[in-house]
Structures are given as structure tokens and as C-alpha cells.
Ligand binder design. Structure first.
Ligand code: EPU
Length: 308
């Protein structure tokens, strides 16, 4: 390692110790993504409080350090090479500020690190409807709002009211939903970390909501390769069609490149079957994009975030 980089790493470590956050050095990112793919990060930092986050972002900004923020790593493909910088994760530990859920009548105030599945069940138990369709999506609330997660004809922005965020230069804002643009599987939230979110739900019959959650789970168990190393749907759906149906129509289920394989259950899910590298996965993605374009002149756009 170059001496300059070693000095910078010592300075970073001293800083992380000073703000008393949990961190690991040289941490394999494969341990933090549902794909199980990714090289090591110089630093992997778990943040418990807003104050720690503000201090860390200031330090990063002042020292021009490379960083990336992850939720639960369910929609991410990291490169095979070393990540020379800091990976930040808002802690989902119950003691932390980002894991809290407060329910007051129909208003839900929720930390960004809360899992969607947990929140959907909590609100269902209170007879509150609006998040049940998202119960099967693996991910955190922050990640889901950032990527406007959803299922067909429904996305999380429809129940969103307010977003609390800290921008990359470390200042905090609380903004109502209409300050942002939410489109199919994307928002224009940029250069900021979502820390808290407010939803407005509707009163409904608890058993009906729990029934919807149950049905969603059944559908996923039938149609999706649960329990495998995947990152959900690889591609966004083209308008009025399904990327899974299109890829399937080319008979590509089970097709593999290296350790990366197209699921036999759902063709828009790619699986890390056999120690796939990021390169294997990217080759498979490119291959499918080319095949689909050759046959249908449709350009499939990735839904997963690719970080190199
Ligand atoms: N289909 C096939 N072959 C396949 C996959 C799908 O023919 O291999 C057909 C199905 O039979 C169905 C149609 O395509 O007629 C749509 O399939 P599905 O209901 O599975 O929905 P999807 O459009 O492929 C979307 C979301 C999923 C979400 C499901 C559940 C996107 C990109 N995907 O998938 O979200 O779980 O609806 O309703 O919007 C994700 O975002 O990561 C994700 C998995």
C-alpha cells in the first residue's frame, strides 16, 4: 500500500474512534449484500446517532474521502476490487436512532434503518393500511424511499408524507414529499442520506391487511427464488411489460456466466449460484441486455445499484 494512503487510513481511524462509532477495517462487502458479492472496504462504519452522522459527513467532505451509504444491501452489486473509502450503514440496532418506529393515529414516524417487512407487520397489527404490499420487499425504509420501491401499480411514495435527510455537506433538512420527484423505481433524492421518514396510512381491518401480507408472501414463494443469493429484480420493467417475461421468452432461465445464473423461477432474478464475481454478474447483465435488444429493440435498464 502507498504510504500516503496508509497515513490517510490512520487519520480516518483516529477520527472514527473519536466519534465512538462501530467500525471495521478491510471488511468484505460480500458479507453486507444479499448477492454475497463485493471486495473489501477500507472502512465499514455503523452509525447509531444523527450527531455521529453529521460529524462523519463533515469529516468526509473536508477530507474528500470516497464513501457510499448502504441500507441492508439488498439491491446492490459491489465491484470485486477494494473499495478505497468508507461504507456507511445506519445501524438497525434497536438502541440506535435510526431503528425507531413511532405510531400516532395514522401517522408513522420511522427511522431509515427499519426493515420494510418489520414496518409492514407493525402497522398491520395497528390496523393501518398502506405498507402491506411492500412487506415482501427485502430492504430498509430509507433505501425503499430512495429507490421508490414497490410492486406493480403501487409504490412507497404513495403513502409518504415527509423525508428527513442529512446532505453530504452535513446539513439537515425536513422536507415534504412534494419537494421531490418520485417516478417508477426512482426518486430525485441526491447527495443526501435519508435518516427518518413520515408516512400517512389509512385505518382498515387488521385481518384484511394481514391477509394481504400473507397473499403477497405466498405469491413470492411461488414466483421468486427466495433463499438464494440475489438482489431482487435486476432490471426495471419496460412500460406495460415485465422484464422477467421478456427474458423468459428468450429461454434464458438457468443460463449462466461463471457463477452467475438466471433464476429458473423468475428470469429477472439473477443468482450468485457458485461464488460469482461482480464481473460474472455484469457479463450476464450485458449479455441479457444485448439479447433482448437484438430480438425486441428494447433497452433494459438496471434496477440494482452497481457500485465500483
Ligand atoms: N413472468 C414470466 N416469466 C418470468 C417472470 C415473470 O413469464 O420468469 C411473467 C409472469 O407470469 C407475469 C408477469 O411476467 O405474468 C409479471 O411477473 P411478476 O408478477 O413476477 O412481476 P414482475 O413485473 O416481474 C414486479 C416487481 C417485483 C415485485 C413483483 C411482485 C419490478 C422490476 N419488479 O415484478 O419487484 O416483487 O412485481 O408483484 O418492478 C424488485 O423490485 O426487486 C422486485 C422483485
Amino acid at each position: 500500500m502507498a504510504t500516503g494512503r496508509r497515513i490517510i487510513k490512520t487519520v480516518i481511524e483516529e477520527f472514527l474512534l473519536s466519534i465512538k462509532c462501530n467500525y471495521k477495517c478491510n471488511e468484505p462487502l460480500s458479507k453486507h449484500t444479499t448477492f454475497g458479492i463485493g471486495g473489501n472496504a477500507d472502512f465499514f462504519v455503523e452509525i447509531q446517532t444523527e450527531q455521529q452522522l453529521i460529524k462523519l459527513l463533515k469529516f468526509i467532505d473536508e477530507n474528500k474521502i470516497k464513501f457510499y451509504v448502504i441500507g441492508c444491501g439488498s439491491n446492490l452489486l459491489f465491484g470485486d476490487e477494494k473499495f478505497e473509502g468508507i461504507i456507511i450503514k445506519l445501524s438497525s440496532n434497536n438502541a440506535g436512532e435510526f431503528a425507531k418506529v413511532e405510531i400516532s393515529k395514522e401517522c408513522i414516524c420511522c427511522g431509515a434503518a427499519v426493515s420494510l417487512a418489520y414496518l409492514a407487520h407493525q402497522t398491520a397489527e395497528q390496523g393501518l393500511s398502506g405498507l402491506e404490499y411492500l412487506s415482501g420487499i427485502p430492504g430498509t425504509v430509507g433505501g425503499a424511499v430512495y429507490g421508490n420501491a414497490g410492486i406493480k401499480n403501487y409504490d412507497i411514495s404513495s403513502v409518504l408524507q415527509e423525508v428527513e435527510l442529512i446532505n453530504y455537506t452535513a446539513s439537515k433538512s425536513i422536507l415534504s414529499k412534494d419537494k421531490f420527484n418520485f417516478e417508477y423505481r426512482k426518486s430525485n433524492i441526491k447527495n443526501a442520506i435519508i435518516t427518518k421518514v413520515k408516512f400517512i396510512l389509512k385505518k382498515a381491518d387488521k385481518n384484511d391487511i394481514l391477509q394481504t401480507i400473507f397473499k403477497e408472501q405466498q405469491k413470492r414463494m411461488q414466483n421468486q427464488p427466495l433463499g438464494t443469493k440475489n438482489a431482487g429484480c435486476i432490471f426495471k420493467n419496460p412500460q406495460n411489460d415485465s422484464a422477467g417475461r421478456i427474458i423468459d421468452s428468450l429461454n434464458l432461465k438457468n443460463f449462466n456466466i461463471g457463477g452467475a445464473e438466471i433464476s429458473s423461477r423468475h428470469a429477472n432474478f439473477f443468482i450468485n449460484k457458485n461464488n460469482a464475481s461482480c464481473a460474472d454478474m455484469l457479463n450476464l447483465i450485458n449479455f441479457v441486455q444485448n439479447e433482448v435488444y437484438k430480438k425486441y429493440k428494447i433497452k433494459l435498464e438496471t434496477e440494482i445499484q452497481i457500485i465500483k
